[in-house]
Design a protein around this ligand. Structure first.
Ligand SMILES: [Zn+2]
Length: 168
């Protein structure tokens, strides 16, 4: 599948997954695309699915599938640099928690709890934000955000990769 880069589409929150959808197939497709595009996480709405499913695989960790994830606790915000497959060429510095505790189901509908730390916590927050229609640029100051959104929409940005440097 191709990665969705349309900001309006990305801002539509995903809907709760239920047992009518083949969550195993959705997860397999997400894991496939995450590897294909070299990401460390991917959310359903980034490849056009509409249910709350995302995957995370930071470094050499075993990939984790999160179905209907909920953040139940987070702490220790810190400044980190972050990118997103849906916002190619953009790197922003924002606050993300050092610890994130998540309750979710896996691809076999077993309820699980995870405590993520460091980069895993950052990625978990990033992907769960996607499911809620929230993008990393939404944490920027409003003035920065406007400029970056305008650039992302412009044809100039699309045809001149060198401009990526300007929006990084
Ligand atoms: Zn992203």
């Amino acid at each position: 599948m191709t990665i969705v880069t349309d900001l309006e589409k990305l801002r539509v929150p995903c809907i709760e997954a239920d047992e009518r959808i083949n969550v195993e197939a959705t997860a397999a497709a997400l894991l496939y695309d995450m590897k294909k595009y070299g990401g460390c996480g991917l959310a359903a709405n980034q490849v056009g699915f509409k249910h709350r499913v995302c995957v995370i695989a930071v470094g050499d960790m075993t990939p984790i599938v999160l179905v209907n994830p909920l953040i139940i606790k987070e702490k220790k915000p810190r400044r980190v640099r972050e990118g997103c497959l849906s916002l190619p060429g953009l790197e922003v510095e924002i606050e993300r928690p050092m610890y994130v505790k998540v309750k979710a189901m896996d691809e076999h509908w077993n309820t699980r709890k995870y405590t993520f730390t460091g980069t895993q916590a950052q990625v978990a927050r990033h992907e769960i934000d996607h499911l809620n229609g929230i993008l990393m640029i939404d944490y920027l100051e409003a003035s920065d955000r406007e400029v970056k959104e305008r650039l992302l929409k412009s044809e100039v940005y699309k045809i001149h990769p060198l401009l990526e440097k300007f929006v990084s």
